[in-house]
Design a binder for this molecule. Sequence first.
Ligand code: PLP
Length: 404
Amino acid sequence: MPKLNENFLRLEKNYLFINIAKKINAFKQANPDADIIRMGIGDVTLPIAPVVIDAMKKGCDEMGVKETFKGYEDSGAGYDFLKKAVSDYYKSFGADILPDEIRINDGAKSDCGNIVDIFGDDNIILVTDPAYPVYVDSNLMNGRKIIYADSNEENGFAAMPDYNVHADIIYLCSPNNPTGSVYTRSQLETWIDYAKKNNAVIIYDSAYEAFITDSNIPRSIFCIEGAKEVAIEMCSLSKTAGFTGMRCGYTVIPDALTVTASDGTEVSVSQIWGRRQGSKFNGVSYPVQCAAAAVFTDEGMKQIHQNIAYYQENARIISDTMNKLGIKFTGGINSPYIWFKCSDNMGSWEFFDLMLEKIAVVGTPGAGFGKNGEGWFRLTAFGDRQRTVEAMERFESLVNSLKK
Ligand code: PLP
């Protein structure tokens, strides 16, 4: 009889967004005419930039011609033209990354979840709480011990290390999902110092780096001295260029990153990850890689930034509403997420139900991202402009009615 990996039984029964979808469906059944505005799931809504689509079509055409047809890609780590484009992109914001330190993938979620394969199950995992659920779930699946660093109102939802507590693997996400907070240069220096003192590896998720507007905020952990010896970075074109349905991202593992094996030998993390990927991953489709490379051209950057600017304006509209109502929040600047404190000390799910029932606006309850999310709520700026304005008008009237 097959034995189950019983660690899966320790997971929450349903992924957060499935629970939310169930509540929305029940509400829809009871209120078929309700005009629901969704500001919950962090998916983009604008179409992909024309220059990117043209490059993808050209890639498809090449697949239909004998001379330019492509089968399996040799390494499965991405075509040189794309790795070079990503490397140049890193250089543009001050991170010196070689093309061969970059591996192209089908989005950041897969690598965020799979990277744990190469680390032993007896590692202590440190996750900032609240967090993107993949970090916790993928380690629970292997039965690993997880400890948490609290991100809360006191530290502006930017958790810092406790030097009295040891961790082997650390997940950091900046700009943060769900809280919209960003790490400053000096905060990242502290995390790197902590990682060095603990012989730990940082897994740095920069999926929202394209939303950083403040030039003092690092776009990559590799903008910081010493990061190459301790960090792996994962990024994605999902939010940068609307690739959520296209699927392409990249993982950076510097050559300088090594881990000491039990027999004392220094092992290259990049080499081990390459070995893992060689067995389990056959690469990203050629047309998608052509499309991804077009993102990094001058015209591509110009076009994707028009979309990002649209979302940033939505974020400003939401932030302005919070300021007007005197509601505490983080994010909105350098991030497409706005993370605010629920009115009247309500719990996150209680506030979710209230918003759904009274104003038919859907957000994400902070408690779904970890214990420090209780009492907080996430809205995203990825929606339509008019709908965002309308949602904020409804929100304002709800909050004002609670004050009476
Ligand atoms: N990392 C963070 C923090 C995210 O919020 C997301 C998606 O929402 C991802 C990674 C995964 O993105 P993708 O797999 O689409 O690249």
